[in-house]
Ligand binder design. Structure first.
Ligand SMILES: *Cc1c(COP(=O)(O)O)cnc(C)c1O
Length: 224
């Protein structure tokens, strides 16, 4: 099946309110352009260098999402154009983004990444750390970042009960933070969860944004 058909197929299975971020990491520009011509305008990359290069080379109305771990010394390369940064896991990172966004004259939407997987290996905050971050004076004084919601990755497992439980946990974290910090702020609205293998469960559990790569572009050649 062609990329354009796979995009259509994925989209037809998503509620209209759920945004599709097509994860194009490791994939060449011609694959992205095929998706783009099929109407897909949001793409996700997990490496700053690849994101910056693809931004240079591809149409400027593409919305680029950084979905992977971000090092503070690399923020400056994407601050001028990135549409959303999905993986905020420290106040320090958020403050560097604020500084670079200010230089670029922008406000950058960011998602707090939560460690929801029961496995050990993934980056992310827990609820207590998120509360500390959102309560800090540094965050309150930041003018050029906007917390648009939360993001998480479930455990890579066939145990759908566990995956569902992890997504439900992220949704509940979202609700708690919404009530405590964003009750009157409609811009805190995104729950970024769901990948190729688990996006249907994520949508059932309240995802507003799915990040799908291999189902659209085919398997990647190397593990990223
Ligand atoms: C690679 C990646 C995805 C997409 O993974 P697929 O299984 O190919 O859909 C989604 N989110 C993040 C953070 C990723 O790194």
């Amino acid at each position: 099946m062609e990329i354009s058909e796979r995009i259509k197929q994925v989209k037809s299975g998503l509620p209209a309110s759920v945004k599709l971020v097509a994860v194009s990491k490791t994939k060449p520009n011609e694959d992205i352009m095929e998706a783009y011509r099929a109407g897909q305008k949001s793409f996700g990359e997990n490496k700053v260098q690849d994101l910056a290069l693809k931004y240079e080379e591809l149409p400027k109305d593409i919305e680029w999402h950084l979905i992977g771990h971000l090092q503070t010394n690399k923020v400056k390369f994407i601050a001028p154009f990135v549409s959303m940064i999905h993986a905020i896991d420290s106040l320090k990172l958020l403050m560097v983004i604020d500084k670079e966004a200010k230089k670029a004259g922008r406000v950058i939407p960011c998602l707090l990444q939560f460690h929801i997987a029961e496995e050990e290996t993934k980056f992310g905050l827990n609820q207590k750390e998120a509360v500390e971050l959102l309560s800090s004076d540094e965050f309150k004084n930041a003018t050029n970042v906007r917390i648009a919601g939360v993001m998480g990755m479930a455990t890579f497992t066939d145990d759908t009960v566990q995956v569902r439980r992890e997504f439900a946990g992220l949704k509940s974290t979202f609700e708690i933070l919404k009530a405590k910090f964003f009750a009157n702020d409609d811009s805190f609205c995104e729950i970024s969860m769901g990948m190729s293998d688990d996006y249907r469960i994520a949508v059932q559990e309240g995802s507003t944004m799915v990040r799908i790569g291999s189902v659209i572009f085919g398997a990647r050649n190397y593990q990223v």
